[in-house]
Design a protein. Structure first.
Length: 147
């Protein structure tokens, strides 16, 4: 199991909207870059729109960022695409055997560790903006084109 790929796809969409801001950004175009189907792109675009991260103009092949690159953090994207519910990144099996010493204590033992890990992840995502991502992509593309 892993975190839903909606998170990575959401970042991909937002970065592509910025890098391709002079061209059309249809769901078909975006899907071609992500290598997925346009229906998935439309679903994630709806989530990003609801979170106030994109503006979508149906019928004119237009979508654009609703906020400045430096004002969108990866945590914003993470939350927008409903990767996990609040404080539920890690789930703990719900009904361990209370007759077993491990079963009786496992939730109280690992629950705080899981909560700390989620806070650390979210803090890291809060400190990376879409601007950081786009700059890195542009730099990598420059290096690739010089080879």
């Amino acid at each position: 199991m892993s975190i839903s790929s909606r998170f990575a796809v959401g970042i991909h969409i937002l970065a592509l909207l910025e890098i391709n801001k002079q061209g059309p950004s249809t769901s078909e175009f975006l899907a071609g870059s992500v290598n997925t189907n346009p229906a998935l792109i439309r679903k994630i675009m709806g989530m990003l729109k609801k979170a106030g991260l994109v503006e979508v103009h149906p019928g004119i092949a237009g979508a654009k960022l609703a906020r400045d690159l430096s004002d969108i953090t990866l945590l914003d994207v993470y939350k927008a695409v409903n990767v996990v519910q609040e404080k539920e990144l890690f789930s703990i099996h719900e009904q361990p055997n209370p007759a077993c010493p491990v079963g009786r204590n496992i939730q109280d033992t690992i629950g705080p560790v899981f909560a700390t890990a989620q806070v650390a992840l979210e803090k890291t995502l809060l400190n990376v903006t879409l601007e950081d991502v786009v700059k890195d992509i542009v730099e990598k593309e420059k290096l690739n084109s010089n080879e």
